[in-house]
Ligand binder design. Structure first.
Ligand SMILES: Nc1ncnc2c1ncn2[C@@H]1O[C@H](COP(=O)(O)OP(=O)(O)OP(=O)(O)O)[C@@H](O)[C@H]1O
Ligand SMILES: [Mg+2]
Length: 478
């Protein structure tokens, strides 16, 4: 059916001659008799070679001339691939390009990815061990694996190809990136979070950042296995999650805040009505009674935006028992605190800060910036009356992610908010491989402020046991 749309493949004018064919008559047969030195290198280093990209570029150009892309879009992936395979084989024959079968297969994969999917990103998207993909213009792509950022050999043909792929991604949610609207947040069909910023704002070509969506979210048990927290620490977090303790998860970018919030929600009782508010739905609550809400960016005309604040305010009219805010970054902090303060115990949210103390001042400044002209003491009193616990996540310099603090908000002394650490990660050094050595330690608090809550939920024995065990660990090691 593509026949109709397919232009006849011209035998000349397909761009640069790729391989100097031995002679004109040999070229006619399609296969040169004397093998010329292949310009397409082996599969292992092809991603780094100029010649590979040159060959691919020429074949790609010829392919685009030869096929009708709108027809191709109607085919299922397998038939579209077959169609592309046939055309590429013809092009290779006509242009007398010398390639082994495996090189041809690799090229075919690469080109199919360009035409049908996300181009050079496909192999990265297919990998489950990658947390982030960061494309800084056509020539440079970094990934984060096991907490470490590394450069890949993946590159795009040029910035135009990269821009086309960005365009394809954002068009799925009805948006567009161009000079007029150069910034866009989007999502891949699998739920991965995407940010695109293009020239003129991004100086060296489009910058594309993808936080890969993990279908199987990490559990607290896995975090214990990774050493992000100890068993005792995880017991304390479970109790915090269950006993409706108002919690803020604080941490830097990519430190594991959302993961941790998701873990905490796993221990919420199944009879509670929970409402989640997120910019891009990442949380995966297992409870039966959950309403998931998502913010909406403005449309192309700049209208129709629904902010996090709109959602949190609306939540309060939905008879929630708990409100969970994916990321608090603006004036919605005020509404979340109000919710925490007005009978929606056990509400939670994440925010961007490097320590529990910084988290408290971030909340204060978010409220101030929201235009509330409240004296700072009043805001602090409100914070104290609302937030019970701050759980701090961090990505350490060796790439490992740890829960570094479980801190309680105790109250005010004068104008100052008093906090008390229940649990800390104590860094003691570094091993020969640069891995950080340290221990999680209890600070010896026997009865945290949420003790009565724990008792109300019948969890006080478990809490006491966890605190005792943690304490004995610290006394053995110190
Ligand atoms: N304790 C952990 N150990 C190993 N990997 C982790 C841990 N916590 C989170 N991750 C992984 O790190 C990546 C980032 O996690 P997450 O999305 O939770 O971070 P975040 O702090 O919410 O990031 P952002 O600031 O971008 O919202 C994910 O791929 C996640 O699976
Ligand atoms: Mg997050």
């Amino acid at each position: 059916m593509i026949e109709g749309g397919r232009a006849p493949i011209p035998s000349a004018g397909l761009g640069a001659q790729l391989v100097p064919a031995p002679s004109a008559d040999k070229r006619q047969g399609g296969l040169p008799h004397e093998p010329s030195p292949p310009l397409v290198p082996t599969a292992t280093d092809s991603r780094h070679s100029e010649a590979y990209y040159e060959t691919k570029g020429a074949i790609f150009g010829a392919l685009i001339e030869a096929i009708d892309l709108s027809q191709l879009a109607k085919l299922d992936a397998e038939s579209a691939r077959e169609e592309i395979r046939d055309i590429i084989n013809e092009i290779i024959a006509i242009k007398a390009i010398v390639m082994s079968i495996s090189e041809q297969e690799e090229l075919l994969d690469d080109i199919c990815n360009d035409v049908l999917g996300y181009g050079p990103l496909e192999p990265l998207l297919a990998r489950d061990d990658i947390a982030d993909i960061m494309v800084n213009g056509a020539g440079t792509t970094f990934i984060e694996v096991k907490g470490k950022i590394q450069k890949t050999g993946i590159r795009f043909r040029d910035n135009q190809q990269l821009l086309n792929i960005c365009q394809r991604i954002v068009s799925q949610i009805g948006r567009r990136v161009d000079e007029a609207s150069p910034i866009c947040d989007a999502r891949l069909p699998d739920g991965s979070r995407v940010n695109v910023i293009v020239p003129p704002l991004a100086i060296d070509g489009p910058a594309l950042t993808i936080r890969k969506f993990k279908k199987d979210k990490l559990t607290l048990a896995q975090l214990v296995n990774f050493g992000s927290i100890t068993k005792e620490g995880s017991d304390i977090l479970q109790i915090i999650g269950r006993c409706r303790v108002n919690t803020i998860v604080s941490g830097g970018t990519g430190s594991g805040k959302t993961t941790l919030l998701n873990c905490l929600t796993q221990f919420i009782d199944h009879d509670e009505r929970i409402i989640t508010c997120e910019d891009a739905a990442e949380l995966q609550l297992q409870q039966p009674h959950v309403v998931r809400l998502e913010t909406r960016p403005p449309n192309l005309e700049g209208e129709g935006q629904i902010t996090m604040r709109d959602l949190v305010k609306n939540c309060l009219r939905m008879r929630p028992e708990r409100i969970i805010v994916g990321e608090v970054r603006g004036p919605e902090a005020f509404d979340l605190l109000q919710a925490m303060n007005t009978g929606h115990d056990g509400s939670m949210g994440t925010l961007h800060a490097n320590s529990p103390r910084e988290a408290l001042s971030r909340i204060e400044s978010m409220i101030t910036m929201g235009g509330y002209s409240l004296p700072s003491r009043t805001i602090r009193e409100m914070v104290c009356g609302s937030v019970d616990v701050i759980v701090q996540a961090a990505r350490l310099r060796d790439g490992s992610r740890r829960i570094t603090h479980v801190t309680e908000v105790m109250g005010m002394e004068g104008d100052v908010i008093i906090t008390q650490d229940i649990f800390l990660y104590d860094m003691t050094g570094e091993d020969a491989n640069g891995n950080i050595i340290g221990k999680h330690k209890s600070t010896g608090i026997g009865r945290p402020k949420f003790w009565d809550r724990a008792r109300y939920y019948g969890e006080e024995k478990r809490l006491a046991a966890a605190l005792d065990a943690a304490e004995s660990v610290s006394s053995q090691t110190s």
